[in-house]
Ligand binder design. Structure first.
Ligand code: AFP
Length: 359
C-alpha cells in the first residue's frame, strides 16, 4: 500500500513534535524539498532542455559555471525566499549573501547551499547533488551580513543533500539521526526508504583523488600507501578505491556501505588549505556523517568545530568510518610531533624514522 509509506513531509512534521519551536524549520525544509524536485527535473532533462555546456562565466571559486549551476541556484532562491522563514541565504555560486526581497517577510534562519555539487560531471552524466545547511540567524538580525553566516558547524540545526542519480533522493538530519528519502516520480513525493542510516566504524574502501599524491602531507601519503600495500603491508588487509569527483555521491556511498572520503590539505595551491568549502560542503556533510556514527576531521580537528573566517573558506576534509578517520588523525599528530613512521624524504628519497631535520 504505497499510501501507507512515510513521506518526507509527513516525517518532518512528526519530527517537529520532538523539536522545540521547529514549525518554521519544518516549513523551510518543505520549501527546500520543493526546490530539489525542480532541480531533479532540470538535471534529468539535461541536453533535452539545452542546459549542457558552459555559461562562459567563472564563479567566485574560480570555477567554470555551468548553466545548471545558475538554474539550480535560482531555483533554490525562488523556492525558499518567499516563506518568511529566512533572514538570508548564501551559496557557492554567489560572491555575497542574498538579501530576502523586501516584499517577503523575514524569518530566523539562514540557508547556505551548494546548488549543484559535482556539476563538472554533468556532461558525462554522473550523479550530482545539492548540499544544504540551515543555521539560526543571530538574535534580532533581519539583514544578515557575511559575519552572521560565519558560524561553526556545531550551530547547524539541519543539514542534508539531494542526490540526482539513478534515483533522486534527499538525505537529511535534524539532529536526531540521518534518514534517506527516495523521490517517487509517480506521486512527486520523497518516500522514507532509508531510516536511521548508520556508518560501520571500519572499512576497506577509501576515496581520494590520487593524482594529487605528490602534493599531500606525509601522514596522508602514509595512510594511502598502507591502503595500497594491502595484505602485504602494515594494514594486513586489502583495500578498494573509488573517486567519483562528486562529493554528494561519495558521501552517499559511505552512508550506504561505509568507507573513507578525503580531500586533504595539499600544497597544490598554497593559498588553499583544501578544495572543499566549509560552510556549504564540509559542514553539512560532517553533520550527516557524525549523526550517522562516523567522524569528520580536517586531519587535525573536528570539522564542525572550525570557526569560519570567510564565506567561501576552504578546509581539508577527511570523513567516514570513524576508526579510519581516527587513524588519519593519529598519523597527522605523529607527524606534527616529529614521531611519524618512516616515509620517503622528498629531498634524499630515503626512508627515515623521523622527519629530516632540515625539512
Ligand atoms: P564541481 O562542483 O566543480 O564539479 O566540484 C565538485 C567537488 O567540489 C566535490 O564534489 C568533489 O569531491 C571534488 O570537487 C572533486 O575535485 P577534483 O575534480 O579535484 O577531483
Amino acid at each position: 500500500m504505497p499510501y501507507r509509506r512515510s513521506t518526507l513531509s509527513k516525517f518532518i512534521i512528526e519530527e517537529q513534535r520532538k523539536l522545540s519551536g521547529g514549525s518554521e524549520l519544518i516549513a523551510l525544509v518543505n520549501d527546500i524539498q520543493t526546490a530539489c524536485k525542480y532541480i531533479a527535473v532540470a538535471v534529468a532533462k539535461g541536453p533535452l532542455a539545452g542546459t549542457r555546456g558552459s555559461t562562459g562565466n567563472i564563479n567566485v571559486q574560480g570555477e567554470e559555471q555551468k548553466p545548471l549551476d545558475m538554474i539550480s541556484n535560482d531555483i533554490m532562491l525562488k523556492c525558499c525566499e518567499w516563506g518568511g522563514y529566512l533572514a538570508g541565504m548564501a551559496s557557492e555560486e554567489m560572491d555575497e549573501p542574498y538579501a530576502i526581497p523586501d516584499i517577503y517577510p523575514r524569518g530566523r534562519y539562514l540557508l547556505v547551499f551548494d546548488p549543484l555539487d559535482g556539476s563538472s560531471n554533468l556532461d558525462v552524466n554522473v550523479t550530482v547533488g545539492t548540499i544544504f545547511s540551515v543555521l539560526r540567524a543571530p538574535e534580532g538580525v533581519t539583514d544578515p551580513q557575511v559575519a552572521d553566516f560565519l558560524q561553526p558547524g556545531t550551530a547547524q540545526v539541519c543539514a542534508g543533500y539531494a542526490l540526482y542519480g539513478p534515483t533522486a533522493m534527499i538525505v537529511l538530519t535534524l539532529g536526531t539521526g540521518v534518514h534517506g528519502f527516495t523521490l517517487d516520480p509517480d506521486i512527486g513525493a520523497y518516500i522514507l526508504t532509508h531510516p536511521n542510516l548508520s556508518i560501520a566504524p571500519d572499512t576497506h574502501e577509501f576515496a581520494v583523488n590520487a593524482s594529487n599524491q605528490r602534493f599531500w602531507e606525509p601522514p596522508v601519503k602514509r595512510y594511502v600507501e598502507e591502503c595500497v600495500a594491502g595484505k602485504s603491508g602494515d594494514r594486513e588487509k586489502d583495500f578498494n578505491m573509488r573517486w567519483i569527483a562528486s562529493m554528494v555521491a561519495e558521501v552517499h556511498r559511505i552512508l550506504m556501505r561505509g568507507g573513507l572520503f578525503m580531500y586533504p590539505k595539499d600544497t597544490k595551491d598554497p593559498k588553499r588549505p583544501g578544495r572543499l568549502r566549509l560552510l556549504y560542503e564540509a559542514n553539512p556533510m560532517a553533520m550527516l556523517i557524525e549523526q550517522a556514527g562516523g567522524a569528520a576531521s580536517t586531519g587535525r580537528g573536528r570539522i564542525l568545530e572550525v570557526k569560519p573566517e570567510a564565506l567561501h573558506q576552504r578546509v581539508p576534509v577527511i570523513l567516514g568510518s570513524r576508526n579510519e578517520v581516527a587513524r588519519l588523525e593519529r598519523y597527522h599528530a605523529e607527524y606534527d610531533r616529529g614521531e611519524d613512521q618512516p616515509f620517503s624524504s622528498p629531498l634524499f628519497n630515503e626512508r627515515s624514522l623521523y622527519r629530516n631535520a632540515t625539512a
